[in-house]
Write a protein that binds this ligand. Structure first.
Ligand code: GLN
Length: 452
């Protein structure tokens, strides 16, 4: 009950949880006690956790931060949820998020913004803002999130915790409500890389119900963490610094914290090399064509017929669709559906969607070339520390630009991690982003672990 009591005390101020499942948590905790007593405990048995509210949970609300799903109780568990249940983890509840994971500040939630525990006038980042706020405020030791364009790494950075998004295809998307399917990937939040590792190990693994799930043997992502540290635990590690990530877009205080972290890495034995990602600047335009295109298609299923919001009054069937969607979706979701249907429409498809797919390939090739020269890539996670609630809500383009360092990773399908690396001039946390080649999650976690 320690965490449940903490949630009860702190959640009114933070709005990190949409649903708290007290009874379910207590029952799961009792079952975990029995497993522990029977000597059948694994690393997560009895560990409390929170799920982002787009992972379907049988018998518990799954709202996706939307009015559209305000009454939706899934009849089944997402793969990730089932895996964590099987591991004996205790689900405390479901966390706040931008509606359908569209946003960078958690302000697009139908349930109101989650708040940053370091300063409740600031955003916690998004879209997995509730999970990040919950872990940062120690309302849960670990939490799940999803990262389509940065939604695990960026809120981790803004709240001073560790967040990892694995290689695309490592975590099954079954039962994870879809935003942009070719980019969506589940990820893990914890106070440290060491605590992220067992969570990610439990989330990952092949699942035939997701056609993009990769058929690879299960991995223990903590396997490198136990090696003796010594004086220079990262001796010989080549960290690539993309010139494009250190340009004028970054705030001075973020730059200072990132530079200090790199100096610390050099002290641990790593060497830094300059690399180029010449097409990285095209990541935002490519993403904001591809993601809305996929979203417009994915969200067409919300028609008010079988589940989800249905307008109370309507004329014919078409009117029912229109009114239900008009009422159920928020402004940002509607904006993306409109952009998405536009870029996919006849006559514009070649000009926008096809071009964006070509940029995506160029960006992936940039990373491939960079990884010929280095083992990991480092840079800032977010160009600034957490901003004020309301500060960017009138200007969607400003909001989209805050994803500048995270999005290329999703377009390339690479793993990425954000770890705390100090504080800005305002006393708010700064995140260092580490990007690895495909399937380098264990090395990323090790690099973050050695730093802490
Ligand atoms: N901020 C980005 C968006 O709004 C990324 C969100 C995400 O990763 N889910 O699309």
């Amino acid at each position: 009950t320690l965490f449940l009591d903490r949630i009860q005390a702190a959640n009114p101020a933070l709005n990190a949880f949409i649903t708290v499942d007290r009874d379910g948590a207590l029952a799961a905790a009792r079952a975990a006690d029995e497993r522990i007593a029977a000597g059948q405990a694994g690393p997560l048995t009895g560990i409390p956790l929170a799920h982002k509210d787009l992972f379907c949970t049988e018998g518990v609300l799954t709202t996706c931060g939307s009015r559209m799903l305000a009454n939706f109780v899934s009849p089944y568990d997402a793969h990730v949820v089932a895996q964590l249940k099987a591991a004996g983890a205790v689900c405390l509840g479901k966390t706040n998020m931008d509606e359908f994971a569209m946003g960078s500040s958690n302000e697009n939630s139908w349930y109101g913004p989650a708040r940053n525990p370091w300063n409740t006038a600031k955003v916690p980042g998004g879209s997995s803002g509730g999970s990040a706020a919950a872990v940062a405020a120690r309302l849960a030791p670990i939490a799940t999130g999803t990262d389509t364009g940065g939604s695990v790494r960026q809120p981790a950075a803004l709240t001073g915790i560790t967040g990892i998004k694995p290689t695309y295809g490592v975590v099954s998307r079954y039962g994870m409500i879809a935003y942009a399917s070719s980019l969506d990937q589940g990820g893990a939040f914890a106070a440290s890389a060491e605590d992220c590792a067992p969570l990610l190990s439990a989330m990952a693994g092949f699942d035939p119900r997701d056609s993009t799930s990769l058929e690879r043997p299960a991995e223990d992502y903590a396997r490198l963490l136990a090696a003796p540290a010594g004086d220079k635990p990262l001796a010989g590690l080549r960290i690539g610094l993309p010139r494009e990530f250190f340009g004028p877009g970054m705030a001075d205080d973020v730059r200072a914290a990132v530079e200090a972290a790199l100096a610390h890495y050099r002290a641990l034995g790593a060497i830094t090399v300059d690399v180029d990602l010449p097409n990285a600047r095209l990541a935002i335009p490519a993403y904001y064509v591809i993601a809305p295109a996929e979203a417009s298609s994915n969200l067409s299923r919300f028609d008010g017929v079988r589940y989800g919001h249905r307008a109370a009054e309507y004329g014919d069937l078409n009117d029912m669709y229109c009114k239900s969607r008009a009422e159920g979706f928020g402004e940002e979701v509607k904006r993306r559906i409109l952009v998405g249907t536009y870029v996919l429409s006849h006559g514009y498809y070649d000009a926008y969607y096809l071009q964006a797919q070509k940029l995506r390939r160029l960006i992936a090739e940039d990373f491939r070339a960079a990884f010929a020269q280095c083992d990991l890539i480092a840079g800032p996670t977010s160009p600034t520390t957490a901003w004020g609630i309301g500060e960017k809500t009138d200007d969607p383009v400003q909001m989209y630009l805050s994803d500048i360092y995270t999005i290329a990773v999703n377009l390339a399908g690479l793993p990425g991690l954000s770890q705390p690396c100090g504080f800005g001039a305002d006393g708010l946390p700064v995140g260092l982003q580490l990007i690895g080649d495909y399937f380098s999650e264990a090395s990323l976690l090790n690099a973050a672990h050695r730093y802490q």
